[in-house]
Design a protein around this ligand. Structure first.
Ligand SMILES: Nc1nc2c(ncn2[C@@H]2O[C@H](COP(=O)(O)OP(=O)(O)OP(=O)(O)O)[C@@H](O)[C@H]2O)c(=O)[nH]1
Length: 878
């Protein structure tokens, strides 16, 4: 509210002053105009009055002259004894002319003593005047006085006239009659031309008795009985000489003044036209008004300018305040340190700058100095931070202030708190008797720049050390950068490669293709890759793999980045590899064995001609297909364990029987895993598949031969051990009980010694035969050597069954052997042992039987010993 009133006061003060000034001025002007108007009017009244007095004097003069004329007539009349007549009296250059102007032609009449007109001229007179007051008066009064009558209206002419009469006496002094002169008031006013009166002015003669008036206005004579005046009251209440028309008789305003003719009861009135009378005043008033209007305009303009200026001043002041607040806020909100330093000068004429005072600063600026702003505001720099002096900063401030040239620079300081080293950027701007200093802490930026420069150096080093040639082009395809490797690969220096020149490095035969591809890439923005040739200045051809891609930001290509890879050696290697592959294929195709390569996904990737011949028998396409697809579910099920082992890294060999056609064939298959370059992961395996049907048969034959005892035809030791191994595995797998007998012919040596080796051999054969007849066909009977035999009995129900059989053998061998006439009697001893699923080896089991045999021998021979007791399986026991 207070603020509103203050603003209202400010806004209306100047206009109110202007209005007051104008009011005062206009009141003064109005007062002056009024005074001048009154004066002018008064002057006009005086002038009119003067004229009226002149008129009155003139009229008076005429009337007096007329009176003199009657007096002169009376004198002459009485001298002539009543014979004088009017013609004589008024003749030219006569008596009358000496008194009155001839042109008046005044009506004259002589009345006798009876009141009859006895002579008259220049007008009509009633013949009889005996009873008129003036006649009676003259008749009765012998005094020589003239009677001036009140204006009389002529009944015939309707004019009013002033009647002047004088008694005529006879010689004896008796009454002789009356001389009568009629005077038209118009004469007084008509003869008024010589009066200096303005056009439109009115000259009047008014009877005070009956109100008749004669007036002249310019050339017009007005006779009226209705013109009447009242006296104008002056401002002080007194009547002045001005008259006011009671009723207007024309359209012209006049200032009327009068002069009385008391003797004749007449009043001379002159009306000066107000317009002309007041013309001078009107002109002055117009001048006053014009000057006042001009002055008012100037005052208004002045006030307006003042108001406007005041408004501008207020606005400027508020803007200054606002600017100060904004500046304060900006300084407080600034991320920079802001200081205002005012110069401290030396006293004296030179006024040299000694130091600066901290006039203002923001909190950040104070923090940078290590203070709070309130603590150092108003202090001198030498007190707050002496280093500013010693480090030359104050000198810089002084230079900026004196040269009025702003200064901006970056520098490093080590005297500020919080950090050992600050990188700062300051701007020093001169202000009034001081400087404004804006300080920005650019330490982090400097560190970033340093890091960036290091990164750039690193990047440049990386680029130069890169095995790839690098090329960068702008949006128009002009090369702007190549690295060192690019120079080495293409044979162009960096300067030579700039712009479009880099394309010169490409072999002329490849340029057209490259340029077309680059044009296509610029349209489609699809990266381009190709193998091209470069030609060095010395003619050397370098094969390169060239790749280039557009750098797109917001849908706009702003450049291209390309790489150049020297693939000359790779290309040679590839060629060599192709040659090697070709050679290997030739070799592989000439091999009788089937060779293939299968990857980790069990997909065929390679096979030789033999493999193709084998698997194309059914028209099957192998390459790119899996084992399952190629071999079918049944064979895949057989092969899969081996495949998985190979893929687990195992080199393995197995036989595969192929009954797909009429002939039964056997293949030896070798899987050799292929490790990756690191030798860690298996990426596939090689397959060597060879038909070994013939070899297998021969082998089986040889095996059989190797496992038969040549003398007896029984299984020999090798066959026995193989069989024992297989039987134990079967018993272990199936939980069956098996038995092993180890037997020896008792006292065989004496037979040899007695009957010779041939008989001994025959005995061995006979023993074998009897043994074969004793045992089941499923039992394996073997001769280990000499007179030692073994029997393997698989899937026996009880140990007793085997023991019974052992007893049966012992018993059977007690009978004599007739060996082509030589009768030999022997016996046999047996060690019998059992096996189901114990963790013993075949050798140990055989040794166990041998020990039992030894026990049987020790027991006197011709018997058996069995052990240990093998419990039945848990399920059976139950
Ligand atoms: N005729 C013949 N004799 C053989 C053959 N192989 C080994 N012999 C003999 O067989 C005899 C084996 O004797 P041993 O078993 O050690 O002794 P033994 O006389 O049977 O005595 P015990 O076994 O203790 O009852 C040795 O004299 C060998 O020379 C062969 O193939 N033919």
């Amino acid at each position: 509210m207070l603020d509103f009133l203050r603003r209202l006061y400010r806004s209306i003060l100047l206009p109110a002053f202007g209005v007051a000034l104008l009011t005062f001025m206009w009141l003064a002007v109005a007062y002056q105009v009024r005074q001048e108007k009154l004066t002018a009017r008064h002057d006009a009244v005086l002038h009119s009055q003067s004229l009226a007095r002149t008129l009155a004097e003139h009229t008076n003069h005429l009337l007096r002259q007329t009176d003199h004329a009657t007096q002169l007539f009376k004198l002459k009349y009485e001298e002539t004894d009543g014979r004088l007549r009017l013609a004589e009296f008024s003749r030219k250059n006569g008596l009358l002319d000496s008194l009155l102007p001839t042109k008046l032609d005044l009506p004259l009449a002589i009345l006798n003593s009876d009141g009859h007109v006895i002579d008259s001229q220049n007008g009509y007179f009633a013949p009889e005047h005996k009873h008129t007051p003036f006649f009676k008066s003259h008749a009765s009064n012998p005094a020589d006085v003239s009677l001036v009558s009140t204006p009389v209206v002529d009944s015939r002419t309707k004019k009013w006239q002033i009647q002047i009469s004088r008694r005529l006496n006879k010689p004896d002094g008796s009454f002789a009659g009356v001389i009568l002169v009629m005077m038209d008031p118009a004469y007084f006013v008509e003869d008024y031309d010589r009066m200096s009166i303005d056009p439109g002015g009115a000259v009047m003669l008014i009877s005070r008795e009956n109100g008749m008036s004669a007036a002249r206005i310019d050339d017009q004579v007005i006779i009226s009985d209705s013109i009447d005046f009242t006296a104008v009251q002056a401002s002080n209440g007194e009547a002045n000489e001005e008259l006011q028309l009671k009723r207007r008789f024309d359209a012209i305003d006049r200032i009327y003044s009068s002069a009385e003719l008391p003797r004749y009861l007449l009043m001379a009135v002159v009306g000066s036209p107000t317009e002309s009378a007041m013309a001078h005043f009107e002109r002055r008033r117009s001048v006053y008004y014009i000057i006042s209007i001009a002055a008012s305009g100037m005052v208004l303009l002045f006030v307006y300018l003042l108001v406007r200026q005041a408004y501008r001043l207020r606005r400027t002041a508020s803007m200054v305040i606002e600017a100060q607040l904004m500046l304060r806020a900006a300084a407080d909100a600034s991320l920079d340190s802001v200081y205002l330093f005012k110069a401290c000068r030396m006293r004296g004429a030179q006024r040299e700058i000694l130091d600066f005072t901290i006039a203002d600063l923001n909190e950040r600026g104070a923090q940078l100095m290590g203070f709070r702003s309130d603590d150092i505001k108003g202090k001198r720099l030498i007190e707050v931070l002496p280093d500013l002096h010693s480090q030359g900063f104050v000198e810089k401030y002084r230079h900026v202030l004196e040269s009025r040239q702003p200064l901006e620079e970056e520098f490093e300081v080590d005297f500020l708190p919080n950090r050992a080293v600050h990188w700062l950027q300051h701007q020093i701007v001169p202000i009034t008797d001081g400087v404004a200093v804006n300080v920005r802490d650019i330490t982090s930026r400097k560190e970033t720049e340093l890091a960036m420069r290091q990164n750039q150096a690193e990047l440049t080093a990386v680029n130069d050390a890169s095995p790839l040639g690098l090329l960068r082009a702008d949006a128009t395809g002009h090369c702007t950068y190549v690295n060192r490797t690019f120079e080495l690969i293409t044979g162009l220096t960096r300067e030579e490669a700039m712009g479009d020149a880099w394309i010169r490095a490409v072999h002329p035969h490849d340029r057209a293709v490259l340029q077309a591809a680059l044009g296509h890439m610029a349209e489609t923005r699809v990266p381009y890759q190709d193998t091209l040739r470069c030609v060095h200045p010395d003619g050397m051809i370098v094969w390169i793999s060239f790749k280039i891609a557009a750098m797109v930001v917001d849908g706009q290509v702003y450049g291209y980045v390309g790489t150049v890879d020297d693939i000359t050696h790779v290309r040679k290697s590839v060629m060599a590899l192709r040659e090697s592959e070709s050679r290997l294929r030739t070799i592989a195709d000439t091999l009788p064995a089937m060779v293939a390569y299968i990857d980790a996904e069990q997909v065929y990737r390679f096979h030789n001609l033999a493999y193709e011949r084998e698997f194309n028998r059914t028209g099957t396409t192998v390459l790119g297909r899996t084992i399952l697809e190629t071999m079918g579910a049944e064979r895949h099920a057989f092969l899969e364990p081996y495949v998985l082992r190979a893929l687990a890294g195992e080199t393995l060999t197995f036989e595969e029987d192929d009954n797909s056609d009429a002939t039964e064939r056997t293949y030896e298959v070798v899987y050799i895993p292929q490790m990756d370059e690191d030798g860690i992961n298996v990426i596939g395996f090689h397959v060597m598949r060879q038909d070994i049907t013939v070899q297998k048969r021969e082998k089986q034959r040889l095996l059989r031969l190797s496992q038969v005892d040549a003398l007896t035809g029984l299984t020999n030791r090798a066959g026995f051990l193989q069989k024992l191994h297989d039987a134990m595995g079967s018993a272990r797998d199936n939980g069956n009980l098996m038995a092993v007998m180890y037997m020896d012919i008792d006292r065989f040596k004496p037979v040899n010694d007695t009957f010779g080796h041939a008989v001994g051999d025959a005995l061995l054969k006979a023993f074998s035969a009897r043994l074969t007849h004793t045992m089941r066909a499923s039992d394996t009977i073997a001769r280990l050597g000499g007179d030692e035999f073994t029997i393997i009995m698989e899937r026996i129900h009880r140990t007793d069954d085997a023991a019974a059989l052992a007893a049966k053998i012992v018993s059977a061998m007690q009978a004599d052997f007739d060996l082509d006439g030589t009768v030999v009697s022997i016996s046999t001893s047996i060690g019998l042992t059992f096996y189901r699923n114990e963790d013993v080896s075949p050798a140990e089991l055989l040794n166990r039987a041998d020990i039992l045999l030894y026990e049987a021998k020790q027991a006197g021979r011709n018997t058996f010993r069995a052990g240990p007791v093998i419990p039945p399986p848990a399920s059976n026991a139950a």
